[in-house]
Design a protein around this ligand. Structure first.
Ligand SMILES: O=c1ccn([C@@H]2O[C@H](COP(=O)(O)OP(=O)(O)O[C@H]3O[C@H](CO)[C@@H](O)[C@H](O)[C@H]3O)[C@@H](O)[C@H]2O)c(=O)[nH]1
Ligand SMILES: [Mn+2]
Length: 745
């Protein structure tokens, strides 16, 4: 299904509301009859399962009693989590902006927009990638004098600064080029590598010339990075280079604020004579003894710096790998904020995080389709989606802590100071003072103002606190993806990212901002349920681990844990398994996803639960006990050629040793051994009716073996550098063999 078809379908699914005169259309999802039926029947099935578990509990001293209790507890938890996950399905909303109405009514009065781009490490996030994001943003279809771009560099890298300087020069040609040829995505590296212009096209030579200019710039930057030094000749191009000296390190340096293009300057023009957006480089001060609060700290520093320089009332927050793919998304977002009636209560407009490097069947389930195609629309119906840290437009005032009030109409005003009022240098000096380590001492920054500190998902917790102040958020998922980022391209990256997310979400539940307690009376119960569902991700690890080990070990020991095929109680089990699987398949297949894709999603669902979520749970407890501190492991955005090749071929990447891989391999081996043991017993006819009495255990263990196929292949068949390390395989086999000796209680 193409984007257009999906959109058509969503429109159809929605009930029309009166949209006359509005800047956007809101449609409520319908078709709840099916959902009622689904919910009702699964609920009934679950109750029957629980009744069976309670009434057939093995007596004290009988083999399998404790296994039974454990499996029962897991089923209770699964039922509970399934139930709260309905909250994101009940009342989806779909939104569609009317850009033409916006232009008709507001073209001359559009608000200033400040765009924040964040980078933190020049190796993981190469300068050429970062400036591609910057260039794509510069080519937005928006009045340049109202656009200011801030690059926050937590890596304080002279190469990133140099790359930005190159980009600000290149922009003078790139912006008119994008407009002339209607370029999408507006990032040169992606654009030139994915598209080629036909020879007979009238624009051919211009196109090729631009590509050459881009490639030259890219090689200049890459060359400087490779040498590890900026040449004296380059340093003469800008006095900003003098900020770096021999003692400058990522963790220890003064604040740097450099306005590379001042849009107020009459001489700052592109090649066709139009004025240019303002471009600012910011590296907030870092000192060893001050905690810098990761991305949240960077956002807050930019909030203050930008207030001094441009003070745009609308802010777009972007990660450094999030390229702009359509020039319209600022205007789309404004259709929500500027709607006279519906817009007043909207604090932020979230776009989905879409990615340019998703493989054919999304091997690591990184496209987050379930979340972004189903769940966020569902949350929108309960008060608004989460803030996901990127691809999100905010009202500045809401980020600064303002409470919603019906009486107060907020106006989207805020003009840049005129050039005669403040010179560029003067602005830089004033802004620097706002980006120091000590500035936030004894202030509300990180608490009531700006992004909230101390949580690995600063975005989610902040979004929730904004909603608790009475605001709503809106989710818009346009036909053509608005942004294109880079998804993790190895298994370990994907698992580490999910560890951070699930850990952060669990910490929200345990923090002052617990959705149920803090949100009580401030938000809808449905919204609290949505958030709780994410908060409990990490907790899922324990019941999932129970379920992937105990029934299999019991199978090996011929201890039945489920009703036999001929029993009445067999029906609810099969029914719940069948209908929930069918529902999930329907949800996926009706939204483009292929069968293989769905299967990959199921595998990642399992892997995340048995590793990322488990580690998140453990780390959260250690943190509560004061043993560890919260950290932020940055997701790598580049990989070596061999790894990238395997990724494109959808071959799972292990390669390194990691406790996560040991767990995954052990679980895979355990299930293989148990299945083999169970089948052996069947073949030998050691026990009559074993298949009938253990049918569901065979099914469960068999499915686990099937889903783990890539692990067996990576451990025993493959011998490339991405396969499972021999040491991991050996320890996994050793631990899993213990299953043969494990007594069943
Ligand atoms: O100390 C830091 C750490 C990170 N970043 C930036 O934060 C962004 C997100 O980091 P990344 O490693 O790419 O994390 P992801 O897992 O891809 O990030 C998702 O999840 C994060 C919360 O866990 C959100 O902040 C992000 O916006 C969201 O895309 C990147 O641009 C980083 O450069 C900083 O500026 N300073
Ligand atoms: Mn990222």
């Amino acid at each position: 299904m193409s984007g257009e078809e999906r959109r058509g379908r969503e429109r159809e699914m929605g009930k029309a509301e009166t949209n006359e005169g509005h800047l956007h259309e809101v449609k409520e999802g319908k078709g709840n009859v099916w959902l009622w039926l689904y919910t009702g029947s699964v609920l009934l099935g679950l109750l029957l399962i629980y009744a069976y578990r309670a009434s057939h509990l093995p007596a004290a001293g009988e083999k399998g009693r404790w296994a039974w209790i454990a499996v029962f507890a897991a089923e209770l938890w699964f039922g509970f989590h399934w139930f709260i996950s309905l909250s994101v399905r009940w009342s989806p909303l779909y939104r569609f902006p009317f850009r033409d109405r916006l232009s008709q009514r507001f073209e001359g009065k559009l608000p200033g927009v400040d765009i924040f781009i964040f980078t933190a490490d020049p190796v993981i996030e190469p300068p050429t990638m970062v400036i591609n994001t910057v260039l794509s943003v510069l080519a937005y279809d928006y009045p340049p004098e109202k656009l200011t771009i801030y690059l926050s560099d937590d890596g304080c890298s002279i190469f990133t600064f140099y790359a930005l300087l190159e980009a600000s020069n290149f922009a003078k040609l790139w912006i008119p080029f994008c407009k002339k040829f209607n370029v999408h995505p507006m990032a040169p590296s992606v654009f030139f590598s994915k598209l080629s212009v036909p020879l007979d096209d009238p624009g051919f030579s211009e196109w090729k010339a631009m590509e050459k200019l881009y490639r030259d710039m890219e090689s200049r930057i890459d060359a400087a990075v490779k040498v590890g030094e900026i040449s004296e000749e380059i340093k003469t191009q800008h006095e900003g280079f003098s900020e770096w000296c021999s003692t400058t390190t990522t963790k220890d340096h003064q604040a740097i604020v450099k306005i590379l293009i001042d849009g107020r300057d009459q001489n700052a023009r592109d090649s066709v004579g139009h004025s240019l957006p303002t471009v600012v480089y910011v590296a907030r001060e870092k000192r060893q003894k001050y905690h810098h609060n990761f991305k949240a700290g960077a956002v807050n520093a930019l909030l203050r710096v930008s207030a001094e320089i441009s003070n745009g009332p609308i802010i777009l927050i972007l990660d450094c790998d999030m390229l702009v793919n359509t020039s319209e998304s600022i205007r789309d977002a404004l259709c929500f904020f500027m709607d006279e009636e519906r817009g007043q209560e909207i604090a932020f407009v979230q776009f989905p995080q879409t990615f340019e490097n998703i493989t054919k069947n999304d091997l690591y389930a990184s496209s987050l389709k379930a979340l972004q195609w189903v769940e966020f629309h569902g949350m929108d119906g309960q008060g608004g989606p989460v803030f996901t840290g990127t691809c999100c437009f905010h009202r500045r005032e809401c980020l600064n802590g303002k409470k919603y009030s019906k009486a107060n109409k907020i106006e989207l005003k805020g003009e840049r100071p005129k050039i005669q009022e403040a010179s560029t240098r003067n602005l830089e000096e004033r802004a620097k003072a706002l980006a120091t380590c000590t500035y936030e001492e004894k202030t509300q920054w990180g608490k009531e103002m700006g992004l909230i500190y101390g949580c690995p998902v600063e975005d989610v917790i902040t979004g929730f606190s904004i909603q608790c102040r009475g605001w709503k958020s809106a989710y818009v998922n346009p036909e053509r993806e608005a942004f294109l980022g880079r998804a993790p391209s190895t298994l370990s990256q994907a698992l580490v990212q999910h560890k951070r997310w699930s850990e952060g979400d669990l910490q929200i539940f345990l923090s002052k901002y617990c959705p149920i307690i803090y949100g009580y009376g401030k938000t809808k119960f449905g919204l609290q349920m949505c958030y709780s569902m994410y908060c409990f991700w990490a907790v899922n690890s324990i019941p999932t681990l129970t379920y992937v080990t105990i029934p299999s070990i019991c199978l090996l020991n011929s201890v039945p844990l489920y009703p036999s095929v001929y029993s009445f109680w067999f029906i609810p089990f099969v029914f719940v398994i069948a209908i929930t699987t069918a529902f999930s398949l329907w949800e996926s297949l009706s939204r483009v996803i292929t069968l293989q894709w769905w299967w990959n999603e199921q595998r990642m669902w399992l892997y995340k639960r048995t590793t990322s979520y488990l580690f998140a749970l453990v780390d959260t407890f250690l943190m509560l006990l004061g043993i560890t501190n919260s950290t932020f492991v940055i997701t790598p955005k580049v990989a070596d050629e061999e790894t990238s090749k395997r990724y494109e071929q959808e071959i799972m990447e292990f390669g390194i040793t990691s406790p996560m891989f040991t767990i995954l391999t052990t679980l895979a081996m355990l299930n293989l051994f148990c299945l083999v043991g169970g089948i052996k017993r069947l073949m030998m006819g050691e026990e009559d009716g074993a298949l009938v009495s253990h049918f569901l255990q065979f099914l469960l263990c068999g499915s686990l073996v099937l889903i783990n196929l890539p692990i067996y292949i990576a451990a025993f068949v493959r011998n490339d550098r991405g396969s499972i390390q021999a040491s991991t395989t050996i320890s996994a086999v050793a631990i899993a063999s213990l299953a043969y000796f494990l007594p069943v209680f």
